[in-house]
Ligand binder design. Structure first.
Ligand code: CP
Length: 308
């Protein structure tokens, strides 16, 4: 088996296409393992991993924890809300205290962009970015591409549109990097106020008309509007946003083909996606969640193999 070109997983930006293929091939193996009656392998019995989450999470946190346990690693869970950070302890002091308990790897979610990069320069452990503000969410993009590959056979040459709040989305940026590396054609679609200026420099096209975007694509990745990252209004009302950028059965039935619907979660049903679409056969939303465990097992396994 090959090895990754990186010591940490800080963002898709730092990966090569061959890293992604290696992660997918390794995930294929782990996906087969977790569908056996005995779902655990002893691969990481001598590795200790701390999951430190400074922001809320359901899917990512549970998925990393399950991936670590399936690999037989020892797992520490740290939640900022119940920690001594509340008493003024810095991020580096907090992490160094955790590392002094002989922790090999840190999986971190943080509201500040670049938090994982900063940490990787100050501590000796392997760092996995589980989402840093509006910057990157690399394992989400990996499981998204893996799910497209599983559904359509390949990512290369596929037309993928990412719809919604691109401006505040770490999922969008990591997906753009991952999809472009694999040779997909990428468009972003949403209100102009929620599309970053100069996004075309990343090799993507902008489409503000949802119907045209859906007619063009093979896959639509629907994003949530991240109200928690907004200090001003970016569109008049949620109702108007939904009328222009929400996907529903009616708009899909008007297309002359069946497209694949994705969503990283959490879903706001009735805002960016209706229930009859989210729960339909066109949707691979729960496949994405299932694939998250195999992808995270692959990432952890490959990075752990580089620990001296
Ligand atoms: N997709 C995702 O990151 O979900 P969580 O915030 O629940 O982890």
């Amino acid at each position: 088996m090959g090895e990754l070109s990186v010591k940490h997983l800080l963002g898709i930006k730092y990966l090569h296409e061959k890293d992604i293929q290696l992660i997918f091939e390794t995930a294929d193996h782990f996906k087969e393992v977790i569908n056996r009656s005995i779902k655990k392998v002893p691969s990481l019995r001598d590795i200790t991993i701390a999951n430190i989450f400074f922001e809320n999470s359901t899917r990512t946190k549970l998925s990393f924890e399950l991936a670590e346990k399936r690999l037989s690693a020892d797992v520490l869970n740290f939640s900022a809300a119940q920690s001594s950070l509340k008493k003024g302890e810095t991020l580096i002091d907090t992490v160094n205290n955790i590392l002094s308990m002989k922790v090999d790897m840190v999986v971190m979610r943080h509201p500040n962009p670049g938090a994982g990069i900063f940490l990787s320069k100050h501590v000796s452990a392997v760092i996995i970015n589980a989402g840093d503000g509006a910057h990157e969410h690399p394992t989400q993009a990996l499981l998204d591409s893996y799910s497209i590959r599983e559904k359509l056979g390949d990512v290369s040459g596929k037309n993928v549109v990412i719809v919604g709040d691109i401006l505040h989305s770490r999922v969008a940026l990591s997906n753009i990097f991952a999809l472009k590396l694999q040779g997909a054609n990428v468009k972003v679609c949403g209100p102009k106020t929620l599309i970053p200026k100069h996004i075309e420099s990343l090799g993507v096209k902008v489409e503000t008309n949802l119907e045209k975007a859906l007619q063009w694509c093979d896959v639509a990745n629907m994003l949530r509007v991240q109200n928690e990252r907004m200090d001003i209004s970016y569109f008049p009302t949620t109702r108007e946003y939904t009328q222009q950028y929400g996907v529903n059965r009616g708009i899909l039935d008007k297309l002359d083909k069946e497209i694949v619907i994705m969503h990283p979660g959490p879903i706001n049903r009735g805002v960016e996606i209706t229930s009859d679409v989210a729960d339909s056969d066109q949707s691979i939303i729960l496949n994405q969640v299932e694939n998250g465990v195999a992808i995270r097992m692959a990432v952890i396994y490959l990075l752990a193999s580089k620990i001296k």
